[in-house]
Ligand binder design. Structure first.
Ligand SMILES: Nc1ncnc2c1ncn2[C@@H]1O[C@H](COP(=O)(O)OP(=O)(O)OP(=O)(O)O)[C@@H](O)[C@H]1O
Ligand SMILES: [Mg+2]
Length: 403
């Protein structure tokens, strides 16, 4: 139907119906075309989306690999920059990608770094399992208190000042303007109460007690020791307030030797990392550090420098008075005959440590059980003392007991 035909048709009323139906037909067609256009548009969007994601994938695949590193500090300028460690020997001040939620960035976090400029690109999950990795975490210790420690009044006093006070009243230090102490080094022979006191402080301050055994650290993690140390500190930050107890510190604190076997080198790297971590320890953070060792003589002098361990506390072999106090602690819950004189026991246990005294009490109990008695007698104690003390001189000839 042409335009003239329609024009002529208008004059002929019979044609009006024809024209109307033709218009309806055209409208239908338009509707169909519109639907077609919509479908095509949808297809186009899909194709565009696919192209975009393929492009992104190409970009991703052609990216340089990211480096793995750890944040050691966030700089105050709008959280835009951080200090990161990626190798044990160097720290970098780097930018933080805007895509990251900056408030989530905290020291200790494991992050992925751009290879060219070390910018922080991604947050990585902290992937360590403390139990697998030889750490012992006790969220809140029950049962070990200062009351369970005999004869270490001076040591308890020191620890109250260096560990307890800064954890409980950090504002005191802020007001006065001095840096709160970070940590203390315990040294003394085995069984003199170092671990016991560390646990008691954690309990008295409601801090998480994180124990790491340094010998295990060195033995198990040769090859990634420094990384492990970083993880330990990061864990402590997460669990703060925390007391980080590194036992057998001599194993990583061994004097740097010229000997270049790889094991020694690893020990030194771990040690250096530990020292730098100690140096960079967040002062505001409620993490305190207790190191313990049997041998102060082989500790690296750098560990003992001021600002690292604030104080060194010696755990001596208890004297007679201290032995008496330790006996009292361990006899508190024992069912014993009334006539037992504790000062007699302490007088006859010269050279015994706290752990020996505990052993004597247990052994005395065993003798009573063997006799089918429900009460421990003086005789049981005398036999127990003989047994433990003679074993002691076998293990350590007299000259070695007082190193
Ligand atoms: N001063 C003390 N008062 C009461 N008990 C003590 C004391 N010292 C040691 N003990 C007892 O001996 C046990 C072992 O002591 P602890 O584990 O603290 O020794 P340590 O100094 O850490 O030894 P090591 O160097 O071998 O780790 C304690 O669990 C406690 O029962
Ligand atoms: Mg111990």
């Amino acid at each position: 139907m042409t335009a003239t035909e329609i024009e002529n048709g208008k004059k002929d009323p019979e044609n009006v119906e024809k024209i109307t139906s033709y218009i309806r037909h055209l409208e239908e067609k338009i509707k169909e075309r519109k639907i077609e256009i919509n479908l095509l548009n949808n297809g186009l969007t899909k194709a565009e989306f696919e192209i975009k994601s393929l492009r992104e994938e190409i970009d991703r695949l052609s990216e340089l690999p990211l480096l793995s590193g750890h944040i050691t500090d966030i700089l105050d300028d709008n959280n835009d920059r951080a200090v990161v460690d990626s190798s044990p020997s160097a720290s970098f001040i780097v930018r933080i990608s805007n895509r990251l939620q900056k408030e989530k960035l905290v020291p200790g976090l494991h992050v992925a770094l751009n290879q060219r400029n070390y910018a922080v690109m991604e947050l990585l999950p902290s992937n360590f399992n403390p139990f697998v990795r030889g750490m012992e975490i006790i969220e809140s210790l029950t049962g070990v208190s200062y009351d369970d420690i005999g004869g270490l009044e001076y040591q308890i006093q020191e620890v109250k000042e260096i560990i307890e006070l800064p954890l409980k009243k950090p504002e005191l230090f802020q007001k006065i303007g001095i840096e709160p102490p970070k940590g203390v080094l315990f040294y003394g022979l085995p069984g003199t109460g170092k671990t016991l006191l560390a646990k008691a402080v954690a309990h008295e301050t409601n801090a998480t007690f994180i124990k790491v055994v340094a010998t295990e650290l060195v033995q198990k993690f040769i090859g990634e020791g420094a990384q492990y140390v970083r993880e330990i500190f990061s864990l402590a930050r997460q669990k703060a307030p925390a007391i980080l107890f590194i036992d057998e510190l001599d194993a990583i604190g061994a004097v740097r030797m010229q000997d270049d076997t790889s094991g020694d080198r690893e020990v030194n790297r771990t040690l250096m990392q530990l020292l730098s971590e100690l140096d960079g320890f967040d002062q505001r953070g409620d993490i305190k550090f207790i190191g313990a060792t049997n041998r102060s003589d082989i500790l690296d002098p750098a560990l003992l420098r001021p600002g690292r361990f604030d104080r060194i506390v010696e755990f001596p072999i208890p004297n007679e008075k201290a032995r008496e106090a330790i006996f009292r602690v361990h006899m508190r819950n024992l069912h014993i005959e009334e006539n037992i004189e504790i000062n007699y026991l302490s007088a006859h246990t010269q050279g015994a440590t706290g752990s020996d005294i505990k052993g004597i009490c247990t052994e005395a109990g065993m003798y009573a059980i063997r006799r089918n008695s429900e009460i421990i007698s003086g005789e049981d104690f005398i036999m127990a003392i003989e047994k433990i003390m003679s074993k002691k001189t076998e293990d350590f000839p007299a000259s070695d007991i007082f190193l």
